[in-house]
Design a protein around this ligand. Structure first.
Ligand SMILES: [Zn+2]
Length: 908
């Protein structure tokens, strides 16, 4: 799944800005005792909060659901074939908020044994108590039940839109248990037979093609679907309702696949025509993936479902991928940023068809591998399909972004034990997706692209239709690439948190060949409680340097705390790049002269190396390891780099570091920011269809919003008024689609209530996801206290969808002008606000709101506030620890370095 930047970095979803079975050993914490081996039911039995145990395991599901989205509830008849190891009269399984009317087990002696069903844990762990002891061997459990539809974009949820009712599912990680009883763990991969009883006019979609449909009553039909390949519960999906279905015909056979694949698009009524762009580009992206894996798309058909309500990203359900509308409804003229997002998210979800779906993590502690792999291959596939899009540095940029979180003492390791249901959602974060992607890219570079691919293919071949652990993957890559030494390196990066900091100094002695002294520690910013010597990795360390006129590079595995690296140089190199090609997941540190030498040559660095320079330089300033003047001049040089994304990264560092400066000292800094960024912005005039177009949009926003360029700001309010028709008919040509959010933001801030009210109405009435996103993003930037109050009231009244309201509250919190107003509102309306936030986001996002502050007092207050709501936020601890740590680090940096930074900007 994949999330928006990455609000929902929780499921295998991709969205806002911006998961593993019986794998004993390998760092798993022990689960509760295997209650299934117990011979009698008793109240003393401890419900297993983690794995269910292995005494009773499923072998097949037969599920019939009656789904009418116009009703408040649905009903199910489910038979689960199981294998019982030891005779038992009790068994644990998953079921949540199911109203079970009938349950019995038929054992291997063909006896019907009546049973009782009781849900014991809020996380959906249920106890089945049999009236007699069931024999060992094959058995079958039968359930009849009803359950309420979910209404907050999780499990089986219903959405009413324009008077029509839709139902659709989102199961990952553990919401299948809200829809049918079962063994809701990824390690249990078995075939499913599904049937849906629906209204006659409704469309019914699931994992496999429809096998038959028959009338079973007035206006009621029964759809029967083909049996699935072995699948875990979390990958099952279905949709029922008056959807538009766009039959796009067959994806033709190709050099890898000798059969056709049926392709369709599914969207809410009236939205179908907007699916063409996504459908016509699917074959191309899928073919790149098939060529990489060397095996065909594993399933018979592919449906792309535009969800009638945002759930925060996309989800790789087998044969029926679901997407937020923004990610899939568009055309050739839609904003470049939206088409890029479609390309990577679509590649991510289709990449999961092999990695995650065909080969599935054995338990949730290895969900990181699913997501790391999908993140890594999505950029590779996107780049293969759309080379001009320059997606080849996206994995690196994602990894550099993850280093911010990974620099915290409260950072989590990529692979960590999951011993409780409450911890599963927390396994979907930036560390899982972005750091993991970066670590895979580092290993690929170290062993070589072709050898790494060999390892991936071996892995797919060994484990298809089954499950695999991280150790299985590491073994496949090590054997497939014939580089067994990478096992230790790989483990050192996935089994400990933190960013390696490689401190490098050059050794040039006359008469001896030059060498580097390299010392590795764990990166720790100013004010951090991290002990630098607490981390030690096996780092694939690649350096580049200039020897005379020749660029040379080489890689070595750094395994010791301190190590000498000999350089193949004839004389002392004039400069070194300690992360050649930006391929390594680490930061580097130099002495002041070393930084200055790199900064002076920044323009000549390849884009990937310039990106790691920007990151390491920024990290050095935050750790008090480089002067403010060298830092500022370095970022200024990188703003002027020819590559759009280097320039963008440097501009973003400028924006972030400006946050530590007190508002009364900002004026001089704003002038300097304009001087640094504007010349580069002016070189971008008229750019279309490329990264430079994106850079232009981002720099425009930076110059207006951060650097406070009034001359640039003024025309935009006029454009906003014209585009929306504030004083006449709306003029759709008055503002480019790509710039709508910036333009509307200016309108919201400068044109008062009439504009705010009009935009509010247009946003809520819009069916165009790009427009709606831009409009709501702009509303979230309102600053006038009276209008902020109107926005807050609308949030509480439920005018916005769940993910939309999250985006609004988050933006209002992180923007300095509205932080305190929003904080006061949150304190006053705490319970109402938390209740409005979709359940799947609460525990991770609510604590993160507090990261907007920059004072120790506020960190303490926020800590107390969240802890006082602990009951509503199960599993909140990590998110809270990270948020308050960020606040304390910000306060420490402000105290130590803000004045020096102001002076450096003023001198610029
Ligand atoms: Zn994913």
């Amino acid at each position: 799944m994949k999330k928006t930047k990455e609000l929902r970095s929780i499921l295998c979803t991709v969205l806002l800005t911006g998961v593993l079975a019986g794998c004993p050993g390998a760092g798993d914490a022990p689960t509760e005792p295997a209650a299934t081996s117990s011979q009698k039911a008793s109240d003393e039995m401890v419900a297993p909060a983690g794995k269910l145990g292995e005494n009773v395991v499923p072998t097949k599901y037969d599920i019939e659901l009656t789904v009418d989205p116009s009703k408040a509830s649905f009903s199910g008849n489910v038979s689960i074939d199981v294998r019982i190891k030891e005779p038992t009269s009790t068994l644990w399984l998953h079921g949540k908020e199911l109203d079970v009317s009938e349950v019995y087990l038929t054992d291997s002696d063909s006896r019907r044994i009546d049973a009782s069903y009781e849900e014991r844990l809020d996380s959906g762990v249920a106890l089945l108590t049999l009236e007699q002891t069931a024999a060992a061997g094959a058995a079958s459990i039968h359930f009849a039940y009803t359950a309420a539809f979910n209404t907050s974009a999780n499990a089986l949820f219903k959405v009413e839109r324009d008077g029509r009712d839709y139902a659709v599912t989102q199961f990952e990680p553990i919401a299948a248990r809200n829809v049918f009883p079962g063994f809701d763990e990824p390690g249990f991969k078995v075939p499913f037979e599904l049937a849906l009883v629906t209204r006659a006019a409704d469309v019914a979609i699931t994992t496999t093609p429809e096998a038959s449909v028959e009338s079973v009553g007035e206006n009621t039909v029964r759809h029967v679907f083909e049996t699935t390949r072995p699948l875990p519960t979390y990958l099952i999906a279905f949709a029922v309702g008056p959807y538009d279905v766009v039959d796009f015909g067959m994806i033709p056979a190709n050099s890898v696949r000798d059969r056709e694949v049926a392709l369709r698009g599914i969207a809410a009524h009236g939205q179908g025509e907007k699916l063409t762009y996504a459908l016509k580009n699917t074959d191309g992206i899928l073919s790149v993936l098939e060529e990489y894996f060397g095996t065909p798309y594993p399933y018979k058909k592919l449906d792309l479902i535009a969800m009638p309500e945002s759930f925060g990203g996309a989800m790789e359900n087998v044969g029926a991928i679901t997407y937020d509308e923004y990610l899939i409804l568009m055309d050739d003229d839609s904003p470049l940023s939206q088409r890029r997002r479609y390309t990577t998210v679509h590649a991510h979800e289709m990449g999961h068809m092999w990695f995650g779906n065909l080969v599935t993590p054995a338990w949730w502690n290895d969900i990181w591998l699913n997501e790391s792999f999908a993140t890594w291959i999505m950029n590779k596939a996107a780049n293969g399909y759309w080379p001009e899009g320059e997606f080849d540095r996206e994995t690196l940029k994602g990894a550099l972004g993850a280093m911010s979180n990974d620099s915290l003492a409260a950072a989590r390791q990529i692979r960590e034990p999951i011993d409780h249901n409450d911890k599963i959602s927390g396994a979907f974060d930036g560390i899982t997706y972005q750091k993991g992607g970066g670590v895979l890219a580092m290993l690929e570079r170290y062993v070589g692209e072709a050898r790494f691919q060999g390892g991936i293919r071996l892995h797919m071949d060994r484990h298809k239709d089954g499950t695999a652990t991280a150790q299985d993957f590491i073994s496949s890559v090590a054997e497939g690439s014939d580089r067994t030494e990478i096992e230790g390196a790989f483990k050192s990066f996935i089994e400990q948190a933190g960013v390696p900091l490689m401190s490098v100094s050059m050794n040039c002695v006359d008469g001896e060949s030059p060498s580097l002294e390299v010392r590795q520690t764990r990166y720790a910013p100013l004010g951090s409680s991290i002990e630098p010597d607490s981390g030690k990795w096996q780092v694939p360390f690649c350096i580049a340097f200039v020897d005379g006129a020749e660029r040379k590079s080489g890689c070595t595995l750094i395994t010791e705390r301190e190590q000498t690296v000999e350089l193949d140089a004839t004389s002392c190199p004039s400069g070194i790049m300690p992360n050649a090609d930006g391929a390594g997941y680490y930061r580097f540190a130099l002495d002041e002269a070393g930084w200055q030498a790199l900064v002076e040559n920044a323009a000549d660095l390849a884009a990937a190396e310039a990106l790691v320079l920007a990151d390491s330089l920024d990290a050095a300033f935050r750790a008090d390891r480089v002067s403010a003047s060298t830092y500022v001049s370095g970022l200024a040089a990188l703003v002027n780099h020819v590559s759009w994304d280097v320039s963008d990264a440097a501009t973003t560092h400028l924006e972030n570091i400006a946050n530590i400066i007190d508002s009364n000292k900002l004026h001089a800094v704003e002038q300097a920011l304009q001087k640094i960024v504007k010349p580069r912005f002016e070189t971008l005039a008229g750019e279309t269809g490329s990264g430079n177009e994106l850079l232009q949009q981002r720099m425009q926003r930076f110059l207006i919003v951060i650097a406070k360029d009034q001359a640039m700001r003024e025309p935009l309010a006029g454009q906003a008024a014209l585009r929306l028709g504030l004083h006449g008919d709306p003029d759709p040509t008055a503002a480019p689609a790509d710039e709508l959010e910036t333009i509307f933001s200016i309108g919201v801030q400068d044109l008062g209530q009439p504009f705010f009210d009009l935009l509010f109405e247009e946003a809520l009435n819009s069916q165009d996801p790009a427009f709606r996103n831009a409009a709501i993003g702009a509303l979230a930037r309102v600053e006038d206290p009276a209008l902020v109050e109107r926005l807050q009231a609308a949030v509480l009244e439920g005018d916005f969808k769940g993910t939309e309201m999250l985006g609004i509250v988050f933006r209002q919190m992180i923007r300095a002008n509205t932080t305190e107003l929003t904080y006061a509102w949150i304190r006053k309306n705490d319970t109402a606000i938390i209740d409005r936030i979709p359940e799947t986001f609460r525990s991770s996002i609510v604590p993160a709101f507090g990261s907007a502050f920059c004072s120790v007092d506020r960190a303490d207050e926020w800590q107390d506030f969240i802890v006082s709501h602990a009951d509503s936020l199960p599993g909140y601890q990590r998110s809270l620890a990270q948020a308050t740590e960020r606040v304390r680090l910000c306060a420490a940096l402000r105290k130590a370095s803000a004045d020096e930074l102001v002076t450096a900007f003023a001198a610029y």
